[in-house]
Structure formats: structure tokens, C-alpha cells
Design a protein around this ligand. Sequence first.
Ligand SMILES: Cc1cc2nc3c(=O)[nH]c(=O)nc-3n(C[C@H](O)[C@H](O)[C@H](O)COP(=O)(O)O)c2cc1C
Length: 153
Amino acid sequence: MNALREIMRHVPSSVVVITALYDGVPIGMTVGSFTSASLHPPLVSFFAGKSSTTWPLIETAGRFCVNVLAARQPQIATAFAARKTDRFTGQAWVPSPLGSPLLEGVLAWLDCELHAVHEVGDHLAVAGLVHDAHASGNARPLVFFRGELAALS
Ligand SMILES: Cc1cc2nc3c(=O)[nH]c(=O)nc-3n(C[C@H](O)[C@H](O)[C@H](O)COP(=O)(O)O)c2cc1C
């Protein structure tokens, strides 16, 4: 529905990269639908498109890291949404406590175990159980608003 798409352009969203290790290979995808879902137990959530080729690999890994991008990292958001490229080329990372890729310089990260997946229309609602999380200092976030990656001003 194009009207819904047009209206949702006016709703700002956070920009995160969901990463995982699949057969020892780092994988990841940019996601704008990330939110917290529950405090007890600690659950976070995002929506993965049913046509995503990366999501099934993350699901198989059974764990993922949510990398919250800082305002100075729009190129990472673009790189991890691109098709048919090695999204990790030139991207520094270290293993999270659960072993998923933790990207260098992110504003915050949440290390998750896959908790639940539910069908919601043409997307899958994914819930992750947070095992560990960290926010670094006072860097500004990257937001997606009216089709553009931008800093808060
Ligand atoms: C700002 C932004 C937000 C996005 N949000 C989502 C999202 O919430 N869920 C999703 O499945 N894809 C989202 N995408 C698209 C994915 O990053 C990716 O392009 C898509 O999953 C196709 O790649 P794949 O086949 O490797 O999954 C977003 C892309 C951008 C640039």
C-alpha cells in the first residue's frame, strides 16, 4: 500500500545492523525496525522481510548482535543494505561475548540469543533475548527519516 509507505517516511527510525556468524563467516543486514519489546525477560525485536536472504542465515546461527549506528556511520548502514557485495569488506569487528560480530565504533550493542519468530504479513517479527549490552559514551545516533540517513539536530 503506497499510502502507508508514504506516511511511514515521516516516522523516524533508529538504524542498526543485525550481525551473526554463519559457518564462521560474518553476515549482517541494516534494519530500521528495531525496538525494545520486554523488560522481564529482556527482549528486543525487529522485523525481517520474508524476502531477505540474510535473515535465514541469522536464524540458523540462533544468535545475533544488534549494532546501533552512530551519526558518523551512514556508510555502514548503506553497505549493510547493499545486495551482492561483501558487506564486511573494510569493516572492523570483534566477537561479542556470544561470538557475533560487534562492529567498531557503534553507539551501543546488544548481544542476543534468538527467542521467537512470528509471521506478520510479509515480514517476520523477530524477538531476541538480551544476554549482554553496552552503550558507549555520548555519541549521537543515526536516524532514518523521509528516505534519508541523518543525524539528530
Ligand atoms: C535504513 C534502512 C532500514 C532497513 N530496515 C529493514 C528492516 O527493518 N527489515 C528488513 O528486513 N530490511 C530492512 N532494510 C533492508 C535490508 O538492509 C537489506 O537491504 C535487505 O534485507 C536485502 O538484503 P538481504 O537479502 O541480504 O537480506 C533496511 C535498509 C535500510 C537502508
